[in-house]
Structure formats: structure tokens, C-alpha cells
Design a protein. Structure first.
Length: 186
């Protein structure tokens, strides 16, 4: 793919994502159609379907890209964290409450939390040693599931805990167990 095409694809995706966020804030996720999105983003139907299956695929893709971005930031900013990027993700959720509430009203946060859990589990599995005890799948599933469930409860209860405080609490609760599993077997 050429640099010109890469930048065109990136701009198209950015316009689609911005249009999705604004439509969801204004109308709620289920109220708008793909046709509304395409009109708002000034993108053709064929172009949309070349990138996404449907509007939920766009939502999940946007969310997973955001998690990947925050994970890269977290690895640089907090290299010892067992959930790199969690702090940045929580801050983003806190700053984007209107969008989160709109998604929650339409039961889309559950879809995103399942995607989040799966993505975090894969990330943990890739960083854990193959011979950890308990097995990698157990440690990764437990930590990712605890994070996603806690974040979902945090958002549904109105973001009562500041995001940095919640990140510290999650790290304090999950970190020792994950680190213990990473230690070489005696």
C-alpha cells in the first residue's frame, strides 16, 4: 500500500469514527443507521463496507485500536504495570462519559467490555512466560476478566472513583498475583 493510500484510508477511518461518536452522543447508538453515518462522514457505502461489516464492527474496531494505543503508551509510561495502558484507558473513559452513557443505554458497553477482556487476555498471554503457574490461560483470563468487570461496574455506577485511583487499586489487587505467576518456578 502506498503512503498516499495509507493516509487516505486513515482519514476515511477517522471521519467514520468521528461521525459515529457524534451521532451516538446526539441520538444514541441504535437510533442512527449506517446511511446516517455515511452522510455525516461524507464517505461512500462501498468504502464503508470495504473496511467494516456493519456499525458494530466499526465500534469494536475503534475501541480495540484505542486499547492498543493506550497499551503502547502504558508500556512506555508504566513499564512495570501488569495491565499497561489501563490508567490511560480509564482516564479516557472518564473524559468521555457522554459517549459511554449513550453506549450503555443501548447495551453496547457489554459488547465493548467483552472485546476489551479478549484483547487484554491476549496481551497478557503474550507477556506471560509459557511455564507460569497457574497456567497462562488462567492468569490472563482472571486478570482481564477482573479488569473488564470492574470497569463495567465503575461506569455503570457513575464513575465514582477517580480513574487514577481505580488504576492504582486494580494494579494493587491484580499485580501481585500476575507477578507471582510470572516468577520462575522453584
Amino acid at each position: 500500500m502506498t503512503a498516499g493510500r495509507d493516509s487516505r484510508v486513515r482519514r476515511t477511518r477517522e471521519r467514520l469514527r468521528a461521525a459515529m461518536v457524534s451521532l451516538t452522543r446526539e441520538q444514541g447508538y441504535t437510533a442512527w443507521r449506517v446511511a446516517d453515518l455515511l452522510e455525516r462522514a461524507d464517505v461512500g457505502r462501498a468504502t464503508f463496507y470495504a473496511h467494516y461489516r456493519d456499525k458494530e464492527d466499526l465500534l469494536i474496531s475503534m475501541f480495540l485500536d484505542m486499547i492498543d494505543h493506550f497499551e503502547r503508551l502504558g508500556l512506555a509510561e508504566e513499564p512495570g504495570s501488569v495491565l499497561p495502558g489501563a490508567r490511560q484507558l480509564l482516564r479516557h473513559f472518564h473524559e468521555s462519559k457522554a459517549f459511554g452513557r449513550a453506549l450503555a443505554r443501548d447495551d453496547k458497553m457489554q459488547v465493548l467490555m467483552r472485546a476489551c477482556e479478549a484483547r487484554l487476555r491476549r496481551g497478557l498471554e503474550s507477556r506471560l512466560p509459557a511455564n507460569c503457574n497457574p497456567p497462562v490461560v488462567v492468569v490472563a483470563t482472571l486478570a482481564a476478566g477482573a479488569f473488564a468487570t470492574t470497569v463495567n461496574a465503575w461506569m455503570s455506577q457513575g464513575w465514582l472513583t477517580p480513574p487514577d485511583e481505580l488504576a492504582d487499586q486494580l494494579e494493587a489487587l491484580l499485580g501481585p498475583g500476575v507477578r507471582a505467576a510470572m516468577a520462575p518456578a522453584a
